[in-house]
Design a protein around this ligand. Structure first.
Ligand SMILES: Cc1ncc(C[n+]2csc(CCOP(=O)(O)OP(=O)(O)O)c2C)c(N)n1
Length: 318
């Protein structure tokens, strides 16, 4: 268990270091496009992915760096992809919102809000047909929970008993709009209840609570008992996108959530349980930052895609 917990901390720090580094590069105009960071939400992505194996499928959205890294993608490939270089996971043609890491079982992400939710049902169908006990997991926000396709997908997944785990990262906002301004349903798990699906609400900033909830859901899915819904209550500590000053949120609210930082909280837990000292935790952070710095350096030194690349990888199977 000790090694498992240290591995979780390592992954959390890798995700955080990665996002802080890309924020820094973006501010210096060394990265282009739009960047949506999940800083502050590492508890849900890392906690959920910590119970998955490479063979399981994961789908993400526009804020997917944490999920692809937590699923085991090589950070060098992710960073180079954000930098638009040919060494990127999609040879520099996907960018931050269209990440794919087949080897790691990260099927795809999309900038279309809610767009990957029905795709995860396809993943679930493939898992079931393969008969090897794999599961399909999809991450999305509270805003995606208001789309029509979300509701259709929950209904069909429950009806067909697909091995899908729906992980909602409810950070309270869709772009600049608080949840209360886009629905009267304050807990998205209630939607799952409507469709007859087992569901649970967890503290998304408690990585072990997320892990336990997802583990239960995954066990159910692997046993052929159908889908589950895990709602993680969390908060993004940055704006919706890099450059968003987040003026629609009160300072006090931001400070309150900063104090609930999932990494600091996990370090306190590990230290109080005698699993790792603050010093060991700091070493893990330093190693993560060094690995990310090396990945950034390599990415920025790598070549851009050649002109002819534009017509390759257009169709599936290429
Ligand atoms: C179909 C669609 N509608 C609108 C948008 C614009 N948009 C981008 S992100 C976003 C909010 C998403 O909120 P949520 O699902 O809660 O995810 P979060 O950003 O909080 O992670 C919206 C409306 C979009 N990208 N796609």
């Amino acid at each position: 268990m000790k090694e498992q917990h240290l591995e979780i901390l390592r992954t959390m720090w890798t995700v955080r270091a990665f996002e802080e580094k890309v924020s820094e590069l973006y501010a210096k105009a060394q990265l282009e496009g739009l960047l949506h960071l999940g800083i502050g939400q590492e508890g849900s992505s890392v906690g959920a992915c910590s119970v998955l194996s490479r063979d399981d499928y994961v789908f993400g959205g526009h804020r997917a760096h944490p999920h692809i890294i937590a699923k085991g993608a090589d950070i060098r490939g992710v960073l180079a992809e954000l930098a638009g270089r040919v060494t990127g996971l999609c040879r520099g043609k996907g960018g931050s919102m269209h990440l794919v890491a087949r080897d790691a079982g990260f099927v795809t992400a999309t900038g279309v809000v809610g767009g990957c939710i029905p795709l995860a049902l396809g993943g679930g169908l493939v898992c079931r047909e393969a008969g090897k006990g794999q599961v399909s997991v999809v991450f999305f926000g509270d805003g995606a929970g208001q789309t029509g396709v979300f509701h259709e997908s929950l209904n069909i997944a429950a009806l067909w008993k697909l091995p899908v785990v729906f992980v909602c990262e409810n950070n309270g906002y869709a772009e600049f709009t608080p949840l209360s301004a886009h629905t009267l349903v304050d807990r998205l798990a209630n939607y799952a209840k409507t469709y007859g699906m087992p569901n649970v609400i967890v503290d998304g900033n408690d990585v072990l609570a997320v892990r336990a909830a997802v583990e239960e859901s995954v066990t159910r899915a692997r046993a052929g008992e159908g889908p589950s819904f895990v709602e993680c209550i969390t908060y993004r500590l940055r704006g919706h996108y890099e450059g968003d000053g987040a003026k629609y949120r009160e300072q006090a609210e931001q400070a309150e959530w900063k104090a609930k930082d999932p990494i600091a909280r996990f370090v306190r837990h590990l230290s109080s349980e005698g699993i790792c000292s603050e010093r060991q935790a700091a070493d893990i952070e330093r190693e993560a930052r060094e690995a990310v710095a090396a990945a950034a350096e390599a990415a920025l030194a790598a070549p851009w895609p050649a002109d002819g690349e534009v017509t390759s990888q257009v169709f599936a199977g290429e």
